[in-house]
Design a protein around this ligand. Structure first.
Ligand SMILES: CC(C)(COP(=O)(O)OP(=O)(O)OC[C@H]1O[C@@H](n2cnc3c(N)ncnc32)[C@H](O)[C@@H]1OP(=O)(O)O)[C@@H](O)C(=O)NCCC(=O)NCCS
Length: 192
């Protein structure tokens, strides 16, 4: 069972300049988590390249940060050049941080971000054996179907409203302050 949130860290959107933290997080995933995340085994070089394209992809990336390190991530990716009706989501939580409710919380943020961009089909795919991912998708009322050994989850976010937009904007303000604190903490650490 999940423990109570919060877990000693914070969730906020990552800045474009934080792609190295995103990369370090993906590199820390163990072999099995990497395979579950990318649906096949991936090398360090693959991850390096993938994380380097974080900004080009124009994705919204939420991170769970503890002690200045990103320990979990949720990516919301558009399927074309601009935000349209369809988008894709992907999740990764480092082994020591799994099953504490972080993935569930991140999925909530991603659904709200999709909703606020008028996405009405949010897809996520995972290996059929990935029961944890399917469990959190079900908690968010995803429609799950099996296709060629994978499970495709589809969530239909409801239309945005004043409150959903305000909630994301408030989170972003807090996230901005937390990011500034992270940067200043890192500078102090480097200077010491
Ligand atoms: C899948 C993943 C994102 C889930 O994140 P998480 O933080 O561990 O998830 P949560 O703690 O929020 O929820 C996990 C749920 O799975 C349930 N669960 C765990 N093992 C399970 C199993 N074998 N069968 C069914 N449910 C299971 C837990 O009980 C929990 O549900 P609960 O909160 O109702 O008790 C994370 O495990 C991960 O990053 N895995 C590797 C990468 C990956 O698989 N990414 C998804 C593909 S994009």
């Amino acid at each position: 069972m999940s423990e109570q949130p919060f877990w000693g860290g914070t969730i906020r959107k990552l800045w474009p300049s934080e792609s190295d933290k995103f990369r370090d997080h993906l590199l820390r995933l163990d072999k099995d988590s990497r395979r579950m995340r990318f649906a096949h085994a991936v090398s360090d070089n693959f991850i390096d390249d993938y994380a380097g394209r974080m900004n080009e992809m124009g994705a919204i990336v939420y991170g769970y940060l503890e002690g200045g390190e990103v320990r979990a991530v949720a990516e919301l990716k558009k399927l074309g050049d601009t935000w349209g009706q369809e988008a894709e989501a992907a999740f990764s939580v480092e082994p020591g941080y799994q099953e504490k409710g972080i993935g569930t919380e991140l999925m909530g943020r991603v659904i709200r971000a999709g909703r606020n961009r008028s996405v009405n089909h949010l897809y996520m795919s995972c290996l059929a054996e990935n029961r944890k991912m399917q469990a959190i998708a079900r908690k968010h009322e995803a429609d799950l179907r099996f296709e060629y050994g994978e499970v495709i989850g589809e969530i239909v976010p409801i239309d945005p409203n004043y409150f959903s937009i305000l909630a994301e904007a408030m989170d972003d303000r807090v996230g901005y302050l937390l990011a500034v604190l992270d940067v200043s903490r890192e500078r102090t650490k480097k200077a010491a």
